[in-house]
Design a protein around this ligand. Structure first.
Ligand SMILES: Cc1ncc(COP(=O)(O)O)c(C=O)c1O
Length: 383
């Protein structure tokens, strides 16, 4: 299905033309060792090596997660122990403390869609229990918290820049205390993969030049008949399955570096302009959606100074908001399709609530005011 409002930013011609103003790719945490990987999940896998974790060690992982966080840990040979996060997305220290034992070696905490974890408290907890702290910044571009750059407090941190830019791949590992980066036997990407990436980028560039349809002010009658049609289509083609953008973990890709095509595009991007746009859009959505009853922005703190992948809202009384928005042409998503099969969900009611009720809206740098209004109007319409 073609979405009227896409989840991803547009690929502009400026990003594809070689220019003199290219900047060396900067790491998100100045002064720390950074390595560039194809996916952030690969960065996590190699980060476990940088910390010196051994097969059989236990790693504490939040019950509210994407399975690509769990898979690399299992593949490394560690045991995953799930802990609770509350409905505001903040780690539950009591549950963590209950689950630490002599085999526990690390805790992962995720800054969900810009909801920041209490970094100094986690760091102190980890120091007291002699655990490594892995800071998952995959949903953040950059930002600060408690006067530290995000990604600096964890012993290691990971970033997934491919979520923020029109690139095919791109993850990062930041090692803050490890004395050296992990030794990776980097694989070549191979001609076919290079071709696939270039083809994908070119296709994206062409389709971004001619967006599906301009968002029109919601004409209720007309839209409803369109939506009915698409529901019929939906039943046969299952196109609205509202999964998060998700690619399965593949151990054969663990040693892939970030592709030169992603690096090329990233070197041409004005990071501060992107951050500013995303923050502006989040603020705008926050204000407008904060006035509606039936939904609430997941956190209001986050909109100050942090640049998040998507704008999270909670629909307390319904579980289909993201599906309804997709039917209206907005590429919203939830995390209901990315739960790792080993999670005993019935033991984690707060995580279950978030999987069912948290909806992620586009907030990317290419959105126009018209598109933002269309999102807001559509949410109001569904409610
Ligand atoms: C919290 C979190 N960490 C890590 C990842 C892995 O990122 P990547 O898809 O770049 O491997 C994801 C993927 O969505 C994620 O949501």
């Amino acid at each position: 299905m073609e979405f009227v409002v896409s989840r991803d930013p547009r690929l502009l011609i400026q990003s594809l033309i070689p220019s003199l103003s290219r900047k060396a790719l900067s790491g998100p945490v100045r002064g720390s060792l950074t390595s560039y990987h194809f996916w952030a999940r690969n960065a996590l896998f190699h980060g476990l090596g940088a910390l010196g974790l051994q097969a059989g060690d236990k790693v504490l992982v939040p019950a509210f997660h994407c399975s690509t966080v769990v898979e690399p840990i299992l593949h490394y040979g560690c045991e995953v122990v799930f802990y609770n996060v509350n409905r505001d997305g903040i780690v539950d220290f009591e549950d963590i403390a209950r689950k630490v034992d002599s085999r526990t070696k690390a805790v992962i905490a995720i800054h969900y869609f810009g909801v920041l974890q209490p970094l100094s408290t986690i760091r102190d907890f980890c120091q007291d229990h002699q655990l490594f702290f892995i800071e998952d910044c995959a949903h953040l571009l950059m930002g600060e918290s408690e006067d530290d750059p995000l990604g600096r407090v964890g012993d290691i941190s990971i970033f997934s820049w491919r979520k923020f830019f029109p690139i095919y791949d791109g993850g990062m590992l930041v090692c803050n205390h490890a004395s050296q980066l992990p030794t990776v036997s980097w694989d070549g990407l191979g001609g076919r993969l290079h071709l696939k990436i270039v083809k994908n980028l070119f296709g994206k560039y062409l389709s971004d030049r001619s967006p599906a349809r301009p968002p029109v002010a919601l004409n209720r009658e007309k839209r409803e008949s369109e939506i009915e049609d698409s529901v019929l289509e939906d039943e046969t083609r299952k196109k609205f399955k509202s999964k998060a953008p998700h690619r399965e973990f593949d151990a054969l890709q663990l040693n892939w570096p970030m592709s030169p095509w992603s690096r090329f595009i990233l070197e041409n991007i004005d990071l501060s302009a992107v951050m500013q746009k995303r923050q502006e859009h989040s603020k705008f959505l926050n204000q407008a959606l904060g006035e509606l009853s039936g939904v609430r922005p997941w956190s209001t703190e986050r909109v100050n100074g942090v640049c998040a992948w998507a704008f999270p809202i909670v629909a307390e009384n319904r579980t289909d908001l993201h599906v309804q928005l997709r039917k209206r042409g907005i590429q919203s998503f939830s995390w209901d399709g990315v739960i790792h099969p080993s999670l005993p969900l019935e033991e984690f009611q707060d995580a279950r609530f978030l999987y069912e009720h948290l909806v992620l809206l586009p907030n990317h740098q290419s959105l126009t005011r018209e598109e933002l209004h269309f999102i807001i109007e559509s949410v109001r319409d569904v409610l």
